[in-house]
Design a protein around this ligand. Structure first.
Ligand SMILES: Cc1ncc(COP(=O)(O)O)c(C=O)c1O
Length: 354
């Protein structure tokens, strides 16, 4: 097990923080000063270090380039009014990384290493956590194979890294989604529940086709029958029908979202009726047609709560109710934001001060 003091730190000679324009932050393109690296060799994690953000070199035979032996996480840090930095449920990301790791034959990253690396990196780059409304520091922990090998077998050497980037809103407006009934993201027994690169790569082509038709995102359906809603490209999906919050139960094909869990916890705490179950495309389409679909929204770290303005299904597009009438999703968006930025009591103990 790696102890706190074992992480070596090499600081930048000159910070790039002046290049950050907080009013105008592009999502995912500007990286903060430092990054964390640890290497897995001979059955253990070693050489944990924080170094200036820089390119890494690798062999053209690196297994990850060929066989996608890679997993990642996504989380955010926020500033409160006192300028302190808050992480939101980071231990959930540590646990989920290891669920993905097992599925991809990647060794566990001990939770203590994950948390120590994370908190030391965020502490060092705390100036990069923006404090303007709707901004945060996006944190990307990831693990990939560093084996040089052409051939299929589990890898033996790996790298665990964390990079961070200040971000603004992921979506600038309510989204238009298409219920995908031809292509599939995941199947029972596959890797849908893991946060692994291949799941995202294989979704690009169907998403590109949908984009050409004017949609921002897909809502995936089950790979077998395409009759049940699963999740969106980077978000879980929720509906309010007849005052009940409905979302697909998680299974082997759906990522267990941390925002999803937080929203369900808040809804139950507020006394709202909540159903986690199979959600059929038919019932959503019928509710959209007969006006009982009160709200539809995506939930995820990057997008937070993304109101869905329109739902496309086959040749039809349904316009949903105006955003300002959406009582639950507006309330949950506001409350989550207030918890993450320390403006209200954190009664579930979700935030961690760095
Ligand atoms: C496929 C997928 N589903 C759901 C989510 C939402 O998960 P979380 O709320 O933990 O960010 C994400 C984002 O991480 C995702 O990539």
């Amino acid at each position: 097990m790696i102890e706190t003091m074992d992480i070596s730190i090499e600081k930048v000679s000159q910070s790039r923080i002046d290049s950050l324009d907080v009013q105008n932050i592009p999502f995912g393109k500007l990286y903060s000063d430092h990054m964390f690296i640890a290497d897995y060799k001979n059955g253990r994690w070693e050489s944990p270090r924080i170094v200036p953000f820089q390119n890494i070199s690798m062999s053209p035979a690196n297994m990850t380039l060929h066989y996608a032996i890679t997993i990642f996480e996504g989380m955010k840090a926020y500033k409160n009014e006192q300028g302190e930095v808050l992480l939101f449920r980071p231990e959930m990301n540590a646990k989920r990384l290891n669920i993905s790791a097992e599925r991809m034959c990647i060794p566990d990253v001990p939770e203590s290493l994950f948390m120590e690396a994370l908190t030391q990196l965020i502490d060092l780059d705390r100036n990069w956590v923006p404090n303007a409304p709707n901004t945060s520091l996006y944190i990307r922990p990831f693990v990939f194979s560093t084996d040089e090998y052409i051939g299929i077998r589990p890898a033996e050497s790996f790298r665990f890294m964390i990079i961070t980037c200040p971000v603004g809103a992921y979506y600038s407006a309510p989204v238009k989604v298409k219920i995908e009934t031809k292509f599939s993201r995941a199947f029972e027994g596959g890797t849908g529940y893991a946060k692994t690169g291949g799941n995202y790569a294989s979704g690009l082509y169907p998403a590109k086709l949908a984009k050409a038709k004017g949609f921002d995102q897909l809502v995936w359906t089950d790979g077998r029958s395409h009759e049940f809603i699963e999740e969106s490209g980077t978000m879980n999906v929720m509906f309010v029908i007849n005052d009940t919050l409905i979302t697909s139960q998680t299974s082997g094909t759906i990522l267990k979202g941390i925002t999803r869990d937080s929203v369900l916890t808040l809804a139950r705490d507020w006394g709202m009726k909540v159903e986690e179950r199979n959600v059929s495309v038919k019932e959503v389409v019928e509710a959209a047609k007969n006006g009982t679909l009160q709200e539809a929204f995506g939930v995820g770290t990057a997008a937070t709560i993304a109101h869905i303005a329109q739902i496309g299904h086959q040749d039809e597009v349904f316009e949903l109710l105006p955003i300002e009438n959406r009582i639950f999703s507006n309330r949950v968006l506001k409350t989550l934001d207030e918890i993450k930025t320390g403006q209200v009591e954190d009664k579930f103990g979700w935030t961690l001060k760095v």
